[in-house]
Design a binder for this molecule. Structure first.
Ligand SMILES: C[S@@+](CC[C@H](N)C(=O)[O-])C[C@H]1O[C@@H](n2cnc3c(N)ncnc32)[C@H](O)[C@@H]1O
Length: 345
């Protein structure tokens, strides 16, 4: 079974398959959120005028994007300093304990953000980019009576509505817990800027994550048919993931009544991390398939290796690159990203 705290982290080091070398899409996504962070900082300055501003990046990973967040922050702060009195900055970097973001952390908080991380009323701004679609765990119910999701690893066309319901409940539980915890840790009128994968509309079967991981399910199924993976091994594997719609996210924020929504929007970002074109044409679907496969491998490799063993990785991601490239030939697919800014009431 998948254990987030022990088995989930991005591929380490700086080799060919590392997250550090394959995080361009996440970089683009973080840059899209930059103006929202800048606004949040300006508003915090104006409203609270803190002498020390405490900022935490949740799910910082380790690699160039960790540094990018900090350098963007320093740019924003120095602009702000020119405009008003200088403040001191305290930055915390958080990720799961499997990580040790040693070389550049300012203060590291290696703990799940689904638990308390900071003292009461001590943080001005939380930022998290590319993380909150990950759940704290696979819903327990998926394993309670056999393997309910059969040979799917996320919600795909053959997933039953009951399994969808369990995934959605896990999202509701995790997201409201996350917000309650951060509410305790934020100073009054403190802010949260979140950017994460979602879905464009309410169709739970038709989000782009369903497609991305439906293709990974099919790649694993193909290894089963070749005798490289046991069927039961596949059936006992599900991803701790859920891409919500804006309406689902808003519902939770409204229900808990602890935050005001300052800003929320949906933007799209091509699957292929090296494709910056707008529009719906794919210029080289074989290359795009390979690029997407590398990006997904950098995120998923440790999780997949801990369940299936390292020996399947090359065969799995070669098959996956092929299936993604065939999919992209028919339909250029983009991540539906949710960006939101919240203020503590
Ligand atoms: C795709 S990476 C994004 C990293 C970085 N923010 C970026 O934009 O490149 C997602 C990160 O979220 C972290 N993560 C997932 N669940 C977490 C949790 N419960 N607590 C802390 N970090 C978590 C993962 O370990 C991973 O480093």
């Amino acid at each position: 079974m998948v254990n987030m705290e022990n088995n989930f982290h991005m591929t380490e080091g700086d080799g060919e398959h590392s997250y550090a070398k394959n995080c361009r899409r996440q970089e683009m996504i973080m840059l899209e959120g930059r103006p929202i962070v800048e606004n949040a900082i300006k508003e915090l300055y104006k409203a609270l005028g803190p002498k020390t501003m405490t900022i935490a990046d949740l799910g910082c990973s380790s690699g160039p994007n960790t540094l990018l967040f900090i350098s963007n922050l320093l740019d924003t702060m120095s602009d702000q300093c020119k405009a008003s009195e200088c403040v001191e900055l305290q930055i915390f970097l958080n990720d799961l304990p499997g990580y040790a973001p040693i070389s550049y952390y300012i203060s590291g908080v290696p703990k799940s953000y689904y638990s308390r991380l900071f003292p009461r009323q001590s943080v001005h701004l939380f930022h998290s980019s590319g993380c909150l679609h990950w759940r704290s765990q696979v819903p327990d119910e998926l394993y309670a009576r056999g393997f309910l999701n059969e040979d799917n690893i996320y919600i795909t066309n053959t997933t039953t509505p009951l399994v969808v319901k369990y995934y959605k409940e896990q999202f509701d539980k995790d997201f409201s817990l996350f917000l309650r915890l951060r509410h305790q840790e934020l100073v009054s009128r403190g802010k949260i800027v979140l950017i994460f994968c979602g879905k464009k509309d309410e169709n739970v079967y038709n989000g782009d994550l369903n497609k991305l991981f439906g293709l990974l399910s099919r790649s694993l199924q193909s290894l089963v048919s070749k005798g490289l993976v046991e069927k039961q091994k596949l059936e006992s594997f599900n991803l701790p993931l859920y891409g919500p719609s804006i309406a689902e996210v808003k519902t939770i924020v409204m229900q808990i009544q602890l935050f005001r929504i300052v800003h929320v929007k949906l933007f799209e970002s091509n699957w292929d991390p090296w494709d910056d074109t707008e529009g719906d044409d794919i210029h080289n679907n074989a290359l795009s398939g390979s690029n997407v496969s590398k990006m997904v491998r950098a995120v998923m490799e440790p999780l997949i290796a801990s369940h299936f063993g390292e020996t399947i990785l090359d065969a799995l991601f070669t098959e996956y690159a092929c299936l993604v490239s065939m999919h992209l030939e028919k339909e250029k697919t983009k991540f539906a990203m949710i960006a939101m800014s919240l203020e503590k009431i």
